[in-house]
Design a protein around this ligand. Structure first.
Ligand SMILES: [Zn+2]
Length: 340
């Protein structure tokens, strides 16, 4: 009897490890548990530069005292999952994310990878000397053993490139992302400055045998509507970030979403605010936090307070809104190897 129980336990465990999953800062969950998701936001971001000082520059408790109430409110409003897109060397703070997740019940995803946009200010020195394979090895090790000894694992790969055709360094980090994906199944979200750069990303991934479905084109609002449609048709995820409450912003994003709906591509669309807090030095020399991205209004709220009503007015159904805010994020961040 005991042997039989052990057999079933092993069988059950085998099925669990094969099941599709999402990795949060407190461990794996099933994609169906993600619920209402904000798929590109930040908690703290430090713009000081990769080689300037050790990050984070503050004790966890200082950040918690200031920021926790916003996440308590966010969870109470019905949001179940927040994807935190701050990469290493630009303020990623996985201990703070884990504290917020444990204290609020909000699922939070963090990431591995490097950000090569903004004149490479956020790249560590070793990004220049190491090959794509060596960089991938570092990122795969974060997946296998956790980040900086915390045991917290990344739920996706986050990279950043600029507006032009990808330069040698940008090509290298995208290739490193592809190698990491092939080993881990983590999806690849890339801060992208233009349609030109996005198409380069798809081509580099394809060169390594990675399918476009593994790529989330972050800041696709920087691409023309035509580029958004052709990238979605190629199979990428289109992430429209930076949604704010001002009427002209709502009009702009509504236009993008209407065009994607018209092209029957809503199943490839993600949306978010890209709000968060920048680490700053106050006049007294102490570290403070300054909200960014929300035009001084309530953070993480414009989608629900302004965009969703505008979508309903424009004829979007509840099912279509759920597709964008619940089902698409859960599919986009499901850990699975997607090869050509
Ligand atoms: Zn962002």
């Amino acid at each position: 009897m005991k042997l039989l129980s052990l057999f079933f336990l092993i069988l059950w465990y085998g099925c669990q490890t094969d099941r599709p999953k999402i990795m949060t800062v407190t461990g794996p969950i099933h994609p169906g548990e993600m619920g209402l998701t904000l798929e590109h936001e930040h908690v703290t971001t430090d713009f000081i530069g990769a080689e300037k000082t050790k990050q984070p520059q503050y004790p966890v408790d200082t950040a918690l005292a200031k920021l926790l109430p916003f996440f308590v409110e966010l969870k109470a409003s019905g949001v179940q999952t927040l994807v935190e897109c701050t990469p290493a060397h630009i303020g990623r703070d996985v201990l703070l994310l884990r504290e917020i997740s444990q204290k609020t019940g909000l699922n939070i995803l963090t990431n591995t990878g490097y950000y090569a946009a903004v004149q490479k200010k956020y790249l560590p020195a070793h990004a220049y000397s190491e090959t794509a394979r060596e960089l991938a090895k570092r990122w795969i090790s974060e997946w296998e053993t956790g980040i900086d000894g915390t045991g917290v694992k990344p739920g996706f790969i986050k990279l950043g490139v600029g507006k032009s055709q990808l330069d040698t360094m940008e090509q290298k980090i995208v290739r490193a992302g592809a190698l990491t994906h092939l080993e881990t199944g983590l999806k690849i979200a890339i801060h992208t400055g233009s349609g030109l750069a996005a198409n380069d990303e798809v081509d580099i991934l394809a060169g390594e045998g990675v399918a476009p479905g593994a790529l989330i084109v972050v800041h696709a609002q920087n691409c023309s509507s035509e580029d958004q449609i052709s990238l979605a048709q190629r199979g990428c995820w289109i992430s429209l970030d930076g949604i704010g409450a001002k009427p002209d912003k709502i009009e702009r994003y509504l236009g993008f979403l209407l065009a994607l709906k018209e092209a029957s591509l809503l199943h490839r669309v993600l949306i978010s605010h890209d709000n968060g807090w920048a680490v700053i030095k106050n006049e007294d020399g102490c570290i403070g936090f300054e909200m960014f991205g929300a035009d001084g209004a309530k953070p993480y709220a414009a989608i629900f307070d302004s965009l969703v009503p505008a979508l309903m007015n424009a004829g979007f159904t509840r099912e279509e809104i759920d597709l964008i805010l619940v089902q698409n994020p859960s599919a986009a961040f499901t850990i699975e190897k997607l090869t050509l």
